[in-house]
Write a protein that binds this ligand. Structure first.
Ligand code: NA7
Length: 566
C-alpha cells in the first residue's frame, strides 16, 4: 500500500474520531484521521468561550471503553468545564498513542467514490489526495459555527468574537463595553462570566430560552468513589435511559395533566432542586402534549420571575412562544441573576431590531450603542453544516449536497444510499444531539467497526427503500412530539434557506440501539453487501414501547400525528 492509501479515513479527531481510530487500529486496519484543529478535541477544541462546560454530568460524559482510565481520571466538578474535557481527550490521545495517525491542521475538501475500484479519494486543503476503502465522517453535530451577516460589520473598529471559534489565548474584557448577540446555550454560559469582567454588557436577544439551574459543585470524593465502585452498572443504566444518561427516562407513571396542579408543581420543584437536563423527564406528557407542556413552561417562567428583580426584564427573559424543551434546553449557572447587575442590559431585538454594525458599535432602530467588543453567540449550522462544506460525491457522481437539498436522508443516521462505505458518526436521523453524545458516539463507533469487520474488503450500502422507511419513521416520531412547535437548530430554522426537517431521532436511545443491533443480527437488514440484499427486515415499531396514556393524549390533541405514527 502506498503512503496515501488506507483501509479507512476518519474525518475529525473529537470523541468520535479518537475512539474509532483506536477501534479500527485494534482490528488491524490502516487508518488516517484528518483533523482541522491543531490538536484533538473536536467541539471541545473550538468552543473555548468563557464559561463553556458540558451539561451532562462529568461521571457520565466520558468514555466507558477504557475501564482503567475510567478509574484513574479525576473529574473535578459535577459539570466539567471545557478545559478539563480537552485535557481528558489529550490524555486519551497520549495514553493510546493516537496522535501518530492524525494529520492535524488539515481540512478535507472533497471525498469522491470511485466505482471502478470501490474506493474513496479524499482530497485535503493541502492538495493531498488520499485513498481508502472506508470513509467515516466523525465531523460532529455542532462543528460549523453559524455567523449571520450584519450590515456594516467591516466598519467595526473593536474586537469581534464568535463563541464557536474562540481564540486560544485568554480574552480579557476588563474595562470594556461588550455587546453580545444571542441567548442560546453558549450565551447563557458565557454571559455571567463576561459580565464579571466587562464594565458594561449589553445582550441582544431574539428568542429567550428555558434554562434550568445546574447546581454545579465540586465533586464529593465519596460520591466519586461510589460511582467508581460500580461504574459498569452506571454505564449499563445510562444506555437504558431515554437520552443515554441517568434520570433521562420518565419514572412517574401519572401524567401531569391527570394530577392536581400542586402535586405536579411539587414534583417539578424536586427536579428543579436537583438541577440540570432531567427536568423535562419529570412527566412523560411534557414532550408530547402542548397542554401538559404549558404547565412545565409556566413553572420555569415563575422561577425566572423570582430570580430577576426588574419585572420588565424578567418578562423579556420568559419564553412564551414555544413549548419548554422544544428548543435545546439550557443549563445555567447564575444566568438570570446576572441581569440584576446594573452594568448588564437586555435588548429585545424584536422590538428594537439591529439595523447595522457601525464603526463604534451597533445601531438598532432605537439607539446607537458603543462597544469595545462584540460577541456573536449565534450557534451552529447543526448536523449537516460541516458535511455540506465537503464536496462529497458517491455512486454515479451523485453529490450528497444535492441528495440532501430538501433535508438529510439516511438509514439509521449511519449511512446514506448511493454513498457506499461512507459512514456517519451520530449522523442526522440518529439520537445524537438529543442524547448523551458519548453514549451515542460509542454505540455508533462500535456498530460501524463491527460492520467494517463484516464487510472486509467488500462494499456496503443502504437500500433506498430502507432509507425512505427510516426517514418516514423519524419524521413520524418527531411529529408526535412538541419539538416541531419551535424554531430551532434541530429543525434547521436558525440558518436562512435551510430545509425544515427534524434532524435527530426521538424514538429513544435504548430503542434505537436495539433497532441497530437487530439490523446487524439479521445480516444487515436494509443494506446491500457486495451487491446482495437479504430478505430480512427490521420494523422499528417492533422495538418501540408504546405508552397508552400518552398516545391517548396525542389522539385528543393531534390525531393526525398519531395516525402517521401507528
Ligand atoms: P443556539 O442555541 O443556536 O443559540 C444561538 C443564539 O443566537 C440564539 O439565541 C439565536 O436566536 C441567536 N441568533 C442566531 N442568529 C441570529 C441573528 N441573525 N440575529 C440575532 N440573534 C441570532 O447556539 P449555541 O451555540 O448557544 O448552542 C448550541 C448548542 O451547543 C446547545 O444547544 C448545546 O447543545 C451546546 P434564535 O433562538 O434563533 O431566535
Amino acid at each position: 500500500m502506498s503512503d496515501n492509501s488506507f483501509d479507512a479515513i476518519i474525518v475529525g479527531a473529537g470523541f468520535s474520531g479518537l475512539y474509532l481510530l483506536h477501534k479500527l487500529r485494534g482490528q488491524g486496519l490502516s487508518v488516517r484521521v484528518i483533523e482541522m484543529g491543531k490538536d484533538v478535541g473536536g467541539t471541545w477544541y473550538w468552543n473555548r468561550y468563557p464559561g463553556a462546560r458540558c451539561d451532562i454530568e462529568s461521571m457520565e460524559y466520558s468514555y466507558s471503553w477504557d475501564e482503567e482510565l475510567e478509574q484513574e481520571w479525576q473529574w473535578s466538578e459535577r459539570y466539567s468545564p471545557q478545559p478539563e474535557i480537552l485535557d481528558y481527550l489529550g490524555h486519551v490521545a497520549d495514553r493510546h498513542d493516537l496522535r501518530r495517525d492524525i494529520a492535524f491542521e488539515t481540512k478535507v475538501t472533497a471525498a469522491h467514490y470511485n466505482e471502478d475500484r470501490d474506493r474513496w479519494s479524499v482530497t485535503t486543503d493541502g492538495g493531498e489526495t488520499l485513498d481508502a476503502r472506508f470513509v467515516v465522517m466523525a465531523t460532529g453535530c455542532l462543528s460549523s459555527p453559524n455567523k449571520p451577516q450584519f450590515e456594516g460589520e467591516e466598519d467595526f473598529t473593536g474586537e469581534t468574537y464568535l463563541t464557536g471559534l474562540w481564540p486560544h489565548e485568554k480574552v480579557d474584557f476588563t474595562g470594556k463595553k461588550v455587546g453580545l448577540i444571542g441567548t442560546g446555550s453558549s450565551a447563557i454560559q458565557s454571559i455571567p462570566q463576561i459580565a464579571k469582567e466587562a464594565t458594561e454588557l449589553t445582550v441582544f436577544q431574539r428568542t429567550p430560552n428555558f434554562a434550568i439551574p445546574a447546581h454545579n459543585h465540586d465533586l464529593d470524593p465519596d460520591y466519586v468513589a461510589s460511582i467508581k465502585a460500580s461504574y459498569r452498572e452506571l454505564r449499563a443504566e445510562a444506555k437504558e435511559q431515554a437520552a443515554g444518561f441517568t434520570g433521562s427516562s420518565v419514572v412517574n407513571e401519572d401524567l401531569a395533566v391527570d394530577l392536581p396542579r400542586e402535586k405536579v408543581e411539587a414534583e417539578l420543584q424536586r427536579y428543579w432542586d436537583k438541577g440540570g437536563l432531567t427536568f423535562m423527564a419529570s412527566f412523560s406528557d411534557f414532550g408530547v402534549s402542548l397542554n401538559s407542556n404549558a404547565i412545565a413552561a409556566e413553572f420555569i417562567r415563575d422561577r425566572i420571575r423570582e430570580r430577576v428583580n426588574d419585572p420588565d426584564t424578567a418578562e423579556l427573559l420568559c419564553p412564551d412562544s414555544y413549548p419548554a424543551g422544544a428548543k435545546r434546553m439550557c443549563v445555567d449557572i447564575g444566568y438570570y441573576e446576572t441581569f440584576n447587575e446594573d452594568h448588564v442590559h437586555l435588548v429585545d431585538i424584536n422590538a428594537e431590531p439591529i439595523e447595522r454594525i457601525t464603526a463604534a458599535g451597533l445601531k438598532t432602530s432605537e439607539k446607537d450603542y458603543e462597544f469595545d467588543a462584540i460577541v456573536f453567540a449565534t450557534g451552529f449550522d447543526a448536523m449537516t453544516g460541516t458535511l455540506a462544506k465537503i464536496d462529497i460525491s458517491g455512486r454515479g457522481g451523485k453529490k450528497l449536497k444535492d441528495k440532501w437539498a430538501d433535508g438529510p436522508r439516511t438509514y439509521l443516521g449511519l449511512m446514506s444510499e448511493g454513498f457506499p462505505n461512507l459512514f456517519l458518526v451520530t449522523g442526522p436521523q440518529s439520537p445524537s444531539v438529543i442524547s448523551n453524545m458519548i453514549v451515542s458516539i460509542e454505540q455508533h463507533v462500535e456498530w460501524i467497526s463491527d460492520c467494517i469487520e463484516r464487510v472486509g474488503k467488500g462494499v456496503i450500502e443502504p437500500l433506498e427503500t430502507a432509507e425512505n422507511d427510516w426517514v418516514d419513521h423519524c419524521n413520524a416520531v418527531a411529529d408526535l412530539t412538541v419539538y416541531p412547535y419551535a424554531k430551532s437548530w434541530y429543525l434547521g430554522d436558525n440558518v436562512p434557506g435551510k430545509p425544515r426537517i427534524f434532524m435527530a431521532y426521538l424514538g429513544g436511545v435504548p430503542e434505537y440501539r436495539r433497532i441497530c443491533d437487530a439490523v446487524a443480527e439479521r445480516g444487515y437488514a436494509g443494506f446491500r453487501i457486495d451487491g446482495v440484499a437479504g430478505n430480512a427486515k427490521v420494523d422499528p415499531m417492533e422495538f418501540m414501547e408504546q405508552n397508552e396514556k400518552v398516545l391517548a393524549l396525542v389522539m385528543k390533541e393531534r390525531p393526525e400525528a398519531l395516525a402517521a405514527f401507528v
